[in-house]
Design a binder for this molecule. Sequence first.
Ligand SMILES: NC(=O)c1ccc[n+]([C@@H]2O[C@H](COP(=O)([O-])OP(=O)(O)OC[C@H]3O[C@@H](n4cnc5c(N)ncnc54)[C@H](OP(=O)(O)O)[C@@H]3O)[C@@H](O)[C@H]2O)c1
Length: 238
Amino acid sequence: MWRAIDILINNAGISYRSTVEHMDDESEVHQLSVNYLAPMALIRLVIPSMRERGFGKIINVSSVSGMVAMPTMASYSASKHALEGATEALWYELHPFDISVSLIQPGFIHSNSFNKIYFSKKAKLSQDIDGPYADYYRNMGPWIARIMEKSMATPESISKKIIGLCNMTRLPLWVPVSIDSWIFHIIRKIIPRNFFHRFMRLFLPHGTKWGGRFRKAEKDSALVDLKRSTNRDEALPH
Ligand SMILES: NC(=O)c1ccc[n+]([C@@H]2O[C@H](COP(=O)([O-])OP(=O)(O)OC[C@H]3O[C@@H](n4cnc5c(N)ncnc54)[C@H](OP(=O)(O)O)[C@@H]3O)[C@@H](O)[C@H]2O)c1
């Protein structure tokens, strides 16, 4: 028998680690289906009965990646930005009917979800070979793993905050739930958008150098050096 739903929590999520160039259509659809399309489908299912009863809470678990994008996480970031955009629109649409909507924004969580990362086919192949994005793959994974390991936020601490929200009468729209997400929230407000990513790049381990050896100018000068040394060798008496 159909029973009315008071609270919908959209928590399920997956994360691809791949540069934009290495993603493929199938992986993009998978990423967006779980993190964005499925929450939207569930929301559409519960709205009518919540609206009729004049009561309901919808809690969407987003991420710091819904505020800021990071290299190799484009598709994940896009899915969380989409979730944030739609939830903000929902806030207006559902406000008159006393249905609250909220975006939980965890930062890095001390959990083993790091082991459940998905890779597109090309991203998987690129892990072991040297290529234009090799520095990104080699650095981003261990960097994120280190931060997750040091994070004080745990799945349990985030769950407690979500339960706390369930007991509130009106939910705030944005809820940063870990120290790093608060920091990003504030930095995003203070630093002008034009400078933000230049500033963030400095925090990635040697981030300003990634991919540099594959830059066209670098490759051209390496070719010139190679030609010069070959010509010199040929000019030498044998
Ligand atoms: N971990 C972090 O550092 C972090 C940071 C910011 C935000 N978040 C967000 O927090 C949420 C929970 O993440 P987590 O770290 O707890 O991840 P997790 O441990 O990997 O759990 C993900 C959950 O999503 C479910 N799921 C995955 N694909 C599904 C599908 N196709 N259909 C139904 N359920 C599916 C999984 O179910 P099964 O176990 O049955 O597969 C699992 O219960 C996600 O939305 C994530 O984006 C996580």
